[in-house]
Design a protein around this ligand. Sequence first.
Ligand SMILES: N[C@@H](CCC(=O)N[C@@H](CS)C(=O)NCC(=O)O)C(=O)O
Length: 202
Amino acid sequence: MYKLYSNPRSPYSMRVHIYLRYRNLPYETIPIVLEKLENRKKPFIQINPYGKVPVLQDGEFVLSESSAIIRYLEEKHSFPNPFFSTDIQSRALLNQAINRCESEFCFPGSIIYFAKKFVPEEKWDEKRMKDSSKRIGRHFDILEGILESNDYLHENQFGFLEVLYAPFIKNIGLMDTKLPLSVENWIKRVLGHVNVKEVLGD
Ligand SMILES: N[C@@H](CCC(=O)N[C@@H](CS)C(=O)NCC(=O)O)C(=O)O
């Protein structure tokens, strides 16, 4: 059975929980208490020297990075509705969208999230946070081009991208960004997905 080293408040871990439930793959969760810095100590630091969750263990094989974990499991199992199509250009476009999700949304989003959750307001780097909000706004304006005529981002099916975005769009209210209606509706759709709700709650 797969083992998933994870923390219940970690959005990157939540991605993998959503995915494992979506694919109905049995797994055991091994909680890592970040608050007690368990991630920085042995034995976890030997499992991932970067000290980050999630980490998947498949027998002797150990893999970190949420996106790489999901991709590995997709490639290992032959699902009837795989996230990656056999068409090389479709796969390339999905990879492009995955990279943009990380760099144009999750990265600027984490700047705002961590400031608002963990830094006293008088110490906020307002300019950096405003620039991050703008970047997120631009990203969703671009995604509107897809979502005004599609329910989902890639090939109009709930898939890899929705799994990656889900835990982060849950906090979209913190991002001070005006969203196009089609994006708001997509967010509702994703957060209403049964496996997303199982992991993130209502
Ligand atoms: N790029 C990594 C990011 C993982 C990550 O940043 N995990 C956070 C929790 S959400 C963590 O373990 N932080 C602990 C630390 O950096 O000390 C992924 O996609 O899995």
